[in-house]
Ligand binder design. Sequence first.
Ligand code: EPZ
Length: 434
Amino acid sequence: MNKGVGINEANQTLTPQLKVTGGRKLSGEVRISGAKNSALVLMAASLLTDDDINLRNVPPLTDIACMSNILLSLGAKLDHRVDNLSINSSNLNNSSPSYELVNSLRASFFCIGSLLARMGIAQVPLPGGCRIGTRPVAEHIRGLHALGAKIEIEHGLVSAVITSPQHRLRGTNIQLRCPSVGATETILMAAVLAEGETVIENAAREPEVTDLIGLLTAMGANIHGTGTSTIKVIGVRRLHGADYSVIPDRIEAGTFLLAAAITKSKLRIAPFIPEHLTAVIDKLQEAGCILKQDGIGVIIQANELKSVSFTTQPFPGFPTDLQAPFMSMLTMAKGASLITEKIYENRLQHVPELQRMGASIVLHKDTALIKGVSKLSAAPVTASDLRASAALVLASLVADGTTYIRGLYHLDRGYAFMEKKLRSLGAYIDRLNP
Ligand code: EPZ
């Protein structure tokens, strides 16, 4: 008899959801897609030249489709075949993406840097907050202003204009108040075509920032200090075309490491760049997992899980994007774990859903105390945001019975073929009403 939660399938017919029956071990190998948070900004950077930019290993995600629509609305030409995306921005005819498009994808705000540098003007709606936090863009704007842009913010629209007779921004020193990934990327994309030298202090060091520098350098930019918190950019007059491959998605890779850990399975995950996830690898090993790198991928073997604690931090610290999936794993670990979320003020919304599945979690401000339990039980749950959706999928893999997960709109933004990949590893998972 299926230990479902007595929800008859009838009233579920309309809502897309995942149906997951827990209790299966996973085995085999999973291929990691290109990184969402790199591909998005590389697409924004393609606006900096009127030559072709060919991006390879672009993940098939709804966020990528949103960014494609934004580039199309600006006049770019796109040719998307499987995971190759060719972009030509030689006939840009619009420097103001619509509110509807920007509102559906925060990262589109990062286009303001490349649009301004390329067209001398950019009018981009303020992205506004999202479910995980207010997410201001003050540092993006402060950086563009420091580079000489005239900035006006009215009616929810940020207008940035180059007023210098040379029609170029002017290099300068910028000390970021927080090592914001997006602000670092926006300023980088503006500074590469500026006059003179720009130094960004307290810059973000995330691998996605390094990947952006990789593409810009391939386009002819002159950048120093890659991977450090001090980046120096010497502006050039023009950038040319390039052919570039997006790095593997470290957050997707981390999520599959945690799928192996929570199901106490052995999996090979590839491609995998260990330097992109050192803090996570350390915590997995502390929790009792064994990880073996083979130069291309990593093999993880998990047995009894032990409690560990961590605080989310900018790279190379523990990534906030893996906080929720890691919490799911710790609900099944022996002992008590403490997780503190320091990057976003509202990124613990997965907790009530995990509690519905029988997890023992106590929240106090930005900290969660997780006491390991011997089993989770299936329940109908709803994802509140992208990484929360991954946390619920992981919990459902071990829950007793059949779990129904709603809010797949979030999952599809950042995980390519999640259920197909899990099914190929042996999970009982189906998408209802796709
Ligand atoms: C990027 O967001 C990622 N998104 C996020 O991933 C990720 O969580 C984040 O970096 C941190 O690693 C993309 O790359 C598209 P931030 P971003 O600017 O650039 C504050 C996911 O799940 N801040 O580094 O928006 C901000 O409020 C997503 O894939 C300011 O105060 O992140 C936040 O608390 C979610 N003022 C902190 O900095 C600013 O001007 C980090 O934000 C900018 C940011």
